[in-house]
Design a protein around this ligand. Structure first.
Ligand code: SF4
Ligand code: SF4
Ligand code: SF4
Length: 186
C-alpha cells in the first residue's frame, strides 16, 4: 500500500511500447508484423485489465517468435525481441497479473483506493480533484461533534489517482485488489 505514484509495471510498460510501435513505426509492409503486434496488444490489454488467462503467456511468447521471424526491418525485430525478453525475464510479474495482482499498483483494474480515516483532515481537496464524483464527505467544521473522514465509493472510482496527488495529508492509499476473473481458465 502506498500513496506515492508507482513506477509502471512490466506488462503496462511493454503494452505502451507496442502501442507506440503500432502507431508510429509499423508500416504494414510485411503482413504478419501488424497482425502479431495487434494480437500482442489485445492480449496484454487483457492481462493488465485483470481478464488474462493462464495460456496468455504462452500465446504472447509464440507471437514474439512469429514477429521476430516475419519482421523485415530492425524496428520490427527489436520490438519482437523486447517482447520475448520481457516475458522471459519477468515471468513472475506476468503470472502475478494473471492471478489478479499488480504489486506496483499501476493497473487500475487491479487496485482500489481508500482514505485512511486517521490521516484525513477533512479538507475536501480530494473531492474537488475527483472527476468521477466518487468521494463523499464534508469539510471539517470546528466544534461540530460528528465530523467524519472522507470516503471513496469504489463503484464510481475509475482509478485515475488524481485524489492521491491532491491530498496534502497523504491520506489516500492505493490498495492492491485480490480477485480472480470469473471467466478466467483454471
Ligand atoms: S517488420 Fe518492419 S517492415 Fe515489416 S511491417 Fe513491421 S515495421 Fe514494417
Ligand atoms: S482515483 Fe480518481 S476517480 Fe477514484 S476517487 Fe480518486 S480521483 Fe476519484
Ligand atoms: S484531500 Fe486528504 S485530507 Fe483532504 S479530505 Fe481528502 S483524504 Fe482527507
Amino acid at each position: 500500500m502506498s500513496s506515492e505514484i508507482p513506477a509502471k509495471c512490466e506488462p503496462t510498460r511493454v503494452l505502451e511500447a507496442l502501442k507506440e510501435f503500432a502507431n508510429d513505426a509499423m508500416c504494414d509492409r510485411c503482413l504478419p508484423c501488424p497482425i502479431a503486434t495487434r494480437q500482442a496488444i489485445a492480449l496484454l490489454e487483457r492481462v493488465v485489465g485483470g481478464r488474462g488467462e493462464a495460456e496468455d503467456l504462452a500465446r504472447l511468447t509464440r507471437i514474439s517468435i512469429r514477429l521476430a521471424d516475419a519482421a523485415r526491418c530492425p524496428r520490427g525485430e527489436e520490438t519482437a525481441n523486447a517482447l520475448g525478453e520481457s516475458l522471459q525475464n519477468n515471468k513472475e510479474e506476468y503470472e502475478e497479473h494473471l492471478a489478479g495482482r499488480c504489486a506496483s499498483g499501476t493497473c487500475r483494474a487491479l487496485v482500489r483506493f481508500r482514505v485512511v480515516p486517521e490521516r484525513c483532515t477533512m479538507c475536501g481537496l480530494c473531492q474537488e480533484a475527483c472527476p468521477r464524483g466518487a468521494i463523499v464527505g464534508a469539510p471539517y467544521v470546528p466544534y461540530l461533534g460528528d465530523n467524519r473522514p472522507y470516503v471513496i465509493r469504489e463503484k464510481k472510482c475509475d482509478g485515475c489517482g488524481r485524489c492521491v496527488e491532491a491530498c496534502p495529508a497523504h491520506a489516500i492509499e492505493r490498495v492492491v485488489k485480490e480477485w480472480r476473473c470469473q471467466n478466467r481458465s483454471p
